[in-house]
Each structure stands twice: as C-alpha cells, then as structure tokens.
Design a protein around this ligand. Structure first.
Ligand code: MEV
Length: 437
C-alpha cells in the first residue's frame, strides 16, 4: 500500500523524482527519466519555470505557433497561439486570409469594468445595515488609499461601492459590490487586496456601530474575492461583406450566407450545439490567452456564464443578412492583462507581446475577440460545406504518422498520397504497412 509523504515540497527536484519512481512508477521506474529529458539546459531558465508552481518536476511542452494575416481595424497582426489541437492554427490562418480579402476585422472595446464582492451574513434589521453602509462607505474607500495609490495615479482604481441584499434568496446573505478599473492589469491581486482591506474595516467599524450594539447583531464577513464574471468588461468584433463576395467555386454566396446564419440560429437555440459552437470559439481565444500568459480558466468560466446570461446557454456569435450584406460578430466579456502575472516573466509570453506589437489590455481584448470570431467562422464554414473531418483529419495526419513512428520518407509519401485521399487511422496504418512490405 502506498504511504503518505510529509515534507515533500522540501525535497530537491531529483529526490522528488526518485520518490515518484519508487512509489508510483515501480513497474517502470525508468519512465521517470523522461521528466529529465524535458529539463532546459539553461539552468536559469529552468529555475524560472520551477519557481512558477510548487513541486515542479519538469516542463510540459505545447506548440507555440503564429497565425499570420490578421487585419484588425486596418492594422496587421500575426497572432501567437499555444494549443495542442492540430487544426486550430490552420483554421485561424485560413479565416484571417479569407477576411483579409474582404476588408478585415473590426473590433471595439465596449466597457472595461471589473468587480468583486465582500460577502457577509447579517441577521438583524435591514434598515440598520443600510444605514451603516452609508456611514461606513467613505471609511472603506479611505482604508484602501495606500493600495490604490499607484493604480489611481494611472487613472484606475475603485469606481463604486454598493450594498446588495440577497436575503430573500439566502437568509441573512448580503454583499458589498465593488467595481474597479484596472487598466492594463487583469487586476486579480489588486482587487482582492482592496476587498480584503475593506472587509477588515467593515467589520471593525461594525463593532462600533450603535444600532448593532443595541440589538447585539453584527455583520460577519464570510469572504472577499473578485468575481471572474465581468459582463461589464466587454469587447465586440465583427466582419461583414456583400453576400456576392462569399461566392466560391464550390458554392453560391447567397446560399452560403443563409446556411451560415441558420447554423448560428441553431447554436443560439440549442444548448447541445451551442456548447460545441462556443468550444470552437474558445479554441481560438484560449490559444492566444495561453500564448500571452493570461488566465484561461478565468476567461473560460466567464465566457460560458455570459453565454447563459439569458437563462439558457446560447451562441456567443451572431450573424445576419441585411440588404445583401452578411455580418458576423461576437461579443465577449474578457478580463485580461498585458502587465503583471506571467506576462513579463515567461520569456515566450514576453515574445508573444512583442509579436503583437506590445498591445495594451484593450487592444489585447480586441485581438482575442477576433481570434474567437475567426475560429468560429472557419469551423462553421467547414461544417456547412465540406464537413469538419476533411480539414481536421488532414491536420491530424501528422499525429497519426508520428504515433505509427513513420520515417521522414514515409511521411513525405503519406502527405502526398493524402492530398487526394481521405485520412483515417486505419487507412494510414494500411498505407504504411504497404510501404514497409
Ligand atoms: C473542434 O475542436 C471544434 C468544433 O467542433 C467547433 C464547432 O463545431 O463549431 C469544430
């Protein structure tokens, strides 16, 4: 039976690997050596990565790619993308090229407000908590002066505080809703520091408040934390063209546009389709979020809650045809940063920002929305025309060849053969078998 370990984090990296090999890889202890293969030979660089998290044993590689030819508000971008999914970068690049020939993408930031809450219990008279909140509000603001100083000097900081009564839903539950402008920072640390300090002041002042003392009922803070739901931090991206411009050798522009709009309507109506549709959007968004060192879990959680804001889960993209013009757009709530966190620490995120020509947070929001829109366009275009598997399996071919340990020559022959033939695991296996006879 396996035994618990104490003081594991204090062991050296080699000791940790040894412990792992003995305890969890005893059938094949040498497999632990793979961890060392991925160590960087530059010790300083390796140390930097070791220090990102606790108990680091090695590095986990994902491809870092670029999708060029994105024209956004008249400016060219090559989007850095980190993803394991084989068709994502090719799809983004195709969509970028397609829209480059039709005027490119337009994007605008609608709002940039973040928020957080001090959640507390209060079982007394609601009039007295309202009266207390009005009195304590300036003191809460004052208490974060030192935390806010730098952010304020740059034009950001706390925007507003309000009291929200949720006691009709959960007995005794109230919160203070705080809104913030965090400029180019994602703002999690700043917001949480402000909230925790205000929560402390709130409780201290409450102990001195007469009405509470009289009733012997005081508010009790449960927790203080930012919300990753940021529907007031919104960006919109759009493409449009005459429907004639959608005509290709394989389909008529009007038919294509109508089928496309229908596909979006289906994703707006049916959750089973909407989830996959939005997953495709996030293939593009997450890849750029990851490349720029931002928090993809925060972005994911927020975006899906937003997709369900009308009490059902629907498409994040929209499409219409008006006066023979096809318009396709997306609205996304995105809390991302271009300073702080990993953004200036990881050498490849630094590079990603250089590739993007050092955007501020608003510009990054626009780029991300465009990445999602482009990815969704590519997916829906394939779905309503050739089907998804053709392009998908073409990109997956190299993975299958690698799995079957094809040599360089075998890969060249396979790539040539599958220009004209449908890719499947079985077919590639037989193809290689024939070659190897
Ligand atoms: C695959 O990763 C994403 C798609 O399923 C998205 C979609 O169906 O719209 C192709």
């Amino acid at each position: 039976m396996k035994q618990p370990v104490s003081g594991f984090s204090k062991k050296s990296k080699l000791e940790k690997i040894e412990w792992l090999a003995e305890n969890y890889l005893s059938n094949n202890p040498s497999s632990a050596q793979n961890l060392k293969k991925y160590w960087n030979e530059d010790d300083q660089l390796q140390q930097l990565h070791d220090d990102f998290i606790e108990n680091t044993l090695s590095n986990y590689y994902l491809p870092f790619a670029i999708a060029p030819n994105f024209l956004i508000n008249g400016k060219f971008y090559a989007l850095p993308m980190v993803t394991e999914e084989s068709s994502v970068v090719a799809a983004a690049s195709n969509a970028a090229k397609f829209w480059l020939e039709r005027g490119g993408f337009k994007a605008e930031v609608i709002s940039t407000e973040k928020n957080g809450q001090i959640h507390f219990n209060f079982y007394g008279n609601e009039k007295s908590i309202e009266a207390f909140f009005e009195i304590v509000k300036p003191k809460l603001i004052e208490s974060i002066q030192s935390i806010e100083k730098n952010m304020k000097s740059r034009g950001g900081g706390l925007l507003e505080l309000s009291l929200v009564d949720k006691s009709h839903i959960l007995e005794g539950y109230f919160y203070i809703h705080a809104t913030f402008e965090t400029l180019d920072a994602m703002g999690a640390n700043f917001i949480n520091s402000c909230l925790e300090r205000m929560a402390q002041t709130f409780e201290e002042e409450a102990r001195r408040f007469e009405a509470f003392q009289k009733d012997e009922v005081f508010p009790e803070v449960v927790m203080s934390i930012l919300s990753n739901y940021v529907p007031e931090c919104l960006v919109r991206a759009e493409v449009s063209c005459k429907i004639d411009e959608l005509t290709s050798k394989n389909y008529d522009g009007k038919q294509f546009a109508e089928k496309f709009v229908r596909a979006i309507e289906i994703a707006k109506t049916e959750t089973r389709r909407a989830v996959t549709h939005n997953k495709g959007i996030m293939n593009g968004v997450d890849a750029v979020v990851l490349a720029t060192g931002n928090d993809f879990r925060a972005v994911e959680a927020c975006v899906h809650a937003y997709a369900a804001r009308n009490s059902y889960y629907g498409s994040l993209t929209h499409a219409k045809i008006e006066n023979d013009i096809f318009t396709f757009w997306i609205e996304l709530p995105l809390a991302v940063g271009t300073v702080g966190g990993l953004t200036s620490l990881h050498p490849l995120t630094k590079l990603a920002f250089e590739i993007l020509q050092k955007p501020d947070a608003k510009e990054l929001m626009k780029i991300l929305a465009v990445a999602g829109l482009a990815q969704n366009f590519a997916a829906v275009r394939s779905l309503i025309t050739t089907g998804i598997q053709k392009g998908h399996m073409k990109m997956h071919l190299m993975n299958i060849l690698n799995q079957l340990q094809a040599t360089k020559q075998e890969k060249e022959k396979a790539l040539d053969y599958y220009k004209e033939n449908a890719v499947s695991h079985n077919s590639v296996t037989s193809f290689l078998k024939n070659l190897r006879k």
